[in-house]
Design a protein around this ligand. Structure first.
Ligand SMILES: O=C(CO)COP(=O)(O)O
Length: 139
């Protein structure tokens, strides 16, 4: 599965802890992240992470493009609801695209844990079916 990990600044330490805690699950998947979050995760876990631009420079939108292209299977985004973000429109746009394309997005650690456990259990198999069906339609 293609998984995006994103954290606002106040949540970056939580994301580092989360990625360490679930590194045994995450290591079996392709990881993507906004710039600074990606560096932090690689530093914490030594897992390979494809890093996009930093969030305020367009990273959320790059991940959104993957959602729009049906290339992203899950997003775990630890948002900071207490700090204004200069790129809030990008964040909203990403969440909107997840709703448009039915891509599961967790916006806090509690929901993130549930998604990771579902992933471990094989609950994301339906994404493979959706992707295969789309490929067949495009033939
Ligand atoms: O701002 C972010 C998401 O909206 C996160 O970006 P960084 O990981 O580059 O800090």
């Amino acid at each position: 599965m293609n998984i995006a990990l994103i954290a606002h600044d106040e949540k970056k330490q939580s994301m580092a802890g989360f990625s360490i805690a679930y590194s045994q699950v995450l290591k079996n998947h392709n990881l993507y992240a906004t710039g600074t979050t990606g560096s932090l995760i690689t530093e914490a876990t030594h897992l390979p992470v494809h890093r996009f631009q930093s969030g305020p420079k367009g990273g959320d939108q790059q991940i959104g493009a993957m959602v729009a292209n049906n290339e992203m299977d899950m997003i775990i985004f630890f948002r900071d609801p207490l700090t204004a973000q200069p790129h809030e429109p990008d964040v909203s746009a990403l969440m909107r695209l997840c709703d448009v394309h039915l891509i599961p997005i967790a916006t806090n650690m509690a929901a993130g844990e549930i998604l990771i456990r579902a992933l471990e259990r094989g609950d994301f198999h339906w994404r493979e079916i959706v992707k295969q069906n789309r490929q067949d339609l495009n033939k």
